[in-house]
Design a binder for this molecule. Structure first.
Ligand code: SAM
Length: 211
């Protein structure tokens, strides 16, 4: 069994639906810290897309900050939970249940894309996913992305157990060479995001703007 509690990535929706079944928020109900730290890159009221948003911790928080938020995830159980969370918090988010391959990606539409721990993607899937994310940004729009580096395989405190899914600075620089890199930081930290991401972690964060 992997760190993500899966035996394979072959039936992602079923796997993640199972993981999101309980009442708890697997990655907590608070937003991701890298996202919180970098939210000021977006002007108030901007339109943000949360990619593979899970149970809604990031989309709901962004909506509470006054952004206009779209979000999707492959796991309908996660999206249903996110919808209830948004309702309890009194905010609107435009949620969809969708695989990143079949999501109807709007082009040049978002002031921001939030891509927080979306390392379900293998290299081929990741190439298509990153291209969609880039294309969905308006010129001047900014991507905020967080993931794990290969060193995370030593910590095993979250993320997939596959080296090919993890990010290095070189990989991200190359993948987003069409964007202006504002910040790219490889660092270690003590993460406390639900039971899913907990403990010493090898992290990487990117902020990059479409020209
Ligand atoms: C590690 S979780 C992160 C969730 C959320 N971004 C967060 O930070 O709380 C990864 C998410 O990717 C979603 N996912 C996995 N495969 C997907 C796919 N092919 N298309 C869209 N979402 C997918 C899962 O359902 C899960 O919610």
């Amino acid at each position: 069994m992997s760190q993500d509690g899966t035996t394979a990535f072959t039936d992602a929706a079923a796997t993640w639906n199972r993981r999101f079944e309980g009442d708890d928020f697997l990655f907590g109900a608070e937003p991701n810290e890298w996202l919180r730290e970098h939210v000021a890159v977006w002007l108030p009221g901007g339109r943000i897309l949360c990619v593979a948003d899970g149970e809604g911790r990031n989309s709901v928080w962004l909506a509470r900050q006054g952004f206009v938020v779209d979000a999707f995830d492959i796991a309908e159980v996660g999206v249903a939970k996110a919808r209830r969370f948004a309702a309890r918090q009194g905010v609107n988010v435009n949620y969809s249940v969708a695989d990143c391959a079949s999501y109807d990606w709007p082009r040049a539409s978002f002031d921001g894309v939030a891509a927080i721990f979306i390392q379900f993607a293998d290299p081929a899937q990741r190439e298509r996913l990153f291209a969609h994310m880039t294309d969905s940004l308006k010129p001047g729009g900014t991507l905020v992305l967080q993931g794990y580096t290969p060193k995370q395989l030593e910590y095993r405190t979250g993320g997939p157990p596959h080296a090919s899914h993890l990010y290095t600075p070189e990989l991200l620089r190359q993948a987003f060479s069409g964007l202006e890199i504002i910040e790219l930081r490889e660092y270690e930290g003590d993460v406390a995001e639900g039971s899913g991401h907990r403990g010493r972690s090898a992290l990487i964060g990117l902020v990059a703007r479409r020209r």
